[in-house]
Design a protein around this ligand. Structure first.
Ligand code: SF4
Length: 607
């Protein structure tokens, strides 16, 4: 049987197990047979032995639970975050697998899933990669199959494209926590779906059981969630998506976890790791030579999504104490993170610096008005952020922006008319050639009302500007379309556009991005990156033309409309960085039909 992997519902609980809060503990006691998924006639419930949980030590108890599930032919899908709880769980599962293999018992493959937000604290990224490599070595040494799968946010949801590309603001303490959905929940959901599919294809496996290291009584909020999910320590339980779950260490105390990891380190238990690196990170991030004290201290300072050492870019908290603590505790080892910390602080402290926001809304409402109020980051702020991030990347050695992200940012800046074509590429080359940009150290801006200057009436003239060729069309490619396979397609609104949608929704081709930047990048910057360029959307069109980017399935209409609006804005001097005083004057004249002003960099009308 394969569980329902097709659902895209949120699975926020998946990696919640680790890096949560510490609290008092109440042992879980259940006296009922548990975990009876209704859609598997062959399912044998794992029966709880009354009293056993009270007489077995925590390790023996959890090993028994794991073994019962493996014996039934299920593949455990272990959610690993590199925190203490999922480290203990992974170790227990891998050790039971080793034991069963030694006994010659049949054994389904073990799967470990891990997710990286792309802006993970670099020490955690390194720790997780090293520990998963040790897991693979352990499995190979003991002759059982281990599949490791790592998930990540989509390109468009990633920190560089979302924040620096200008899609949206970062998550702040008093705004929605989109980051945890985009960077944790969604990648985990996709990852599980992928694993269920992969395991479901195998005839030697009965099904997948997702195992998490969630523990009861870490916090009242978590206990409520556990109870709501009907989560139990014994056997298998089923979540409301029909997926099989197991929580073998649900009734462990914090002390049980540290004791187990300590004894594994001392060689009392067979384990894939000695966990010395896990303990080092807890000690250094918590600021205590005692790992348990450090763990408790970190519990007081967890991030917006409950992670103890979250993303280095996390602005859901006012200050990232665990990263600062590490830098202070051992500058020689952790000093490389200073540029990341400075960038984080700059973003956090400027949340209410309205001068860093764009005031021209992106959409035109049904009455033909553009809202003129502080919105997402201004084009100049986006440029600053790119410069700071690229500099931090060089100086810290931590990957932030790769070729794919750079092309995605550059294409977005062009598509929305934030900057002339290839501005992001120009900055990349400038920094490659030695320019360095550092975020200023600023006091936190106090919270103030969002400035709202009103509306500009612009009517619907943007829809017709320049005729059909102003949208998603490419006259040169269309002329040679037959030979290069380019086709036109009709949109629902009757517009014809070039058909550049990709089947798989991939927006930027990895290899194509590298080739474009390395072989053509400097040439395009030289030829086209200038403020008086007649068509700021030309950068986006060039990337499409070279096949470096493609439009996600079903998005041609949106791109066509965006291109029309951007070109209309350029005609009317409403593109790029705007002077607030000028905007104010225009708004003050509102009520009148919008009259285009001639901008100094007004574009030529396209043929
Ligand atoms: S650590 Fe912070 S930035 Fe990262 S997902 Fe959690 S709340 Fe968001």
């Amino acid at each position: 049987m394969q569980t329902s992997g097709a659902s895209t519902a949120l699975q926020w609980d998946l990696f919640e197990a680790d890096l949560g809060e510490v609290g008092g503990a109440t042992p879980l006691v259940t006296t009922q047979p548990v975990g009876v998924p209704g859609n598997d006639p062959a399912f044998q419930p794992v029966t709880f032995i009354p009293g056993a949980a009270r007489t077995e030590d925590p390790v023996a108890r959890s090993r028994r639970r794991i073994r019962e599930i493996l014996t039934q032919g299920y593949t455990p899908v272990v959610a690993y975050s590199s925190g203490k709880d999922s480290s203990a769980l992974s170790s227990l599962v891998l050790d039971v697998a080793r034991e069963m293999r030694l006994e010659g018992a049949p054994l389904a493959p073990i799967v470990v899933v891990h997710s990286n937000t792309g802006v993970e604290q670099p020490e955690i990224t390194r720790l997780a990669a090293d520990e998963m490599a040790k897991m693979k070595d352990y499995a190979q040494k003991h002759g059982f199959e281990l599949i490791v799968r790592v998930g990540a946010p989509t390109l468009n949801a990633s920190f560089p494209v979302r924040v620096i590309g200008g899609r949206g603001l970062p998550s702040f303490p008093d705004t929605r926590g989109d980051c945890s959905v985009d960077w944790k929940v969604a990648p985990n959901t996709r990852l599980l779906k992928q694993v269920f599919k992969e395991i479901g294809r195998r005839s030697d496996v009965r099904g997948s059981v997702v195992m998490t290291g969630v523990r009861q009584s870490e916090s009242a909020a978590r206990d409520i969630k556990i109870a709501r999910r009907g989560e139990v320590a014994e056997g298998i339980w089923e979540n409301d998506l029909g997926q099989l779950r197991a929580s073998p260490i649900l009734d462990w105390e914090t002390d049980d976890v540290w004791t187990y990891l300590g004894l594994a380190a001392a060689g009392e238990y067979s384990s894939f790791s000695d966990f010395s690196e896990v303990m080092r990170i807890y000690r250094d991030a918590g600021g205590s030579s005692c790992v348990i004290v450090a763990d408790m201290k970190m519990a007081q300072q967890s991030t917006g999504c409950g992670a103890r050492t979250g993303c280095w870019s996390c602005t859901r908290v006012k200050s990232d104490r665990s990263m600062l603590q590490m830098i202070e505790s051992d500058p020689a080892r952790y000093g490389y993170m200073k540029p990341l910390s400075a960038l984080r602080d700059f973003i956090s402290n400027t949340q209410y610096d309205w001068s860093r926001r764009t005031f021209v809304g992106r959409t035109i409402d049904a009455d033909g008005n553009i809202a003129i109020k502080a919105d997402t980051y201004s084009p100049e702020m986006l440029k600053e952020l790119l410069g700071y991030a690229l500099t931090a990347q060089i100086e810290s050695g931590v990957h932030i922006i790769g070729y794919r992200e750079l092309v995605a940012i550059d294409a977005r800046w062009s598509l929305y008319g934030f900057h002339p074509p290839f501005t992001a590429l120009k900055m990349f080359f400038d920094i490659e050639d030695g320019l360095r940009m550092y975020p200023p150290t600023l006091e936190r801006f106090p919270k103030t009302e969002v400035p709202n200057l009103g509306k500009l009436h612009v009517g619907t003239s943007w829809q017709d500007l320049g005729g059909p060729m102003m949208g998603l069309r490419d006259s040169v490619r269309e002329m040679v379309g037959e030979s290069c396979g380019l086709e036109l397609k009709g949109l629902k609104n009757g517009d014809l556009v070039i058909d550049n949608e990709s089947d798989d929704g991939i927006d930027v081709d990895e290899e194509g991005a590298a080739d474009f930047i390395e072989f053509f990048g400097r040439e395009f910057v030289e030829q086209q990156c200038r403020h008086d360029h007649p068509d700021w959307a030309a950068g986006y069109m060039t990337y499409l033309q070279y096949g470096t980017i493609s439009i996600a399935k079903g998005k041609s209409f949106q791109v066509d409309e965006t291109l029309r609006r951007t070109r209309w804005r350029q005609e009317h001097g409403l593109h790029g960085q705007q002077d607030l005083n000028e905007l104010e004057k225009r708004v003050q004249a509102s009520g009148e039909p919008f009259v285009a002003t001639v901008a100094t960099n007004a574009p030529r009308r396209r043929p």
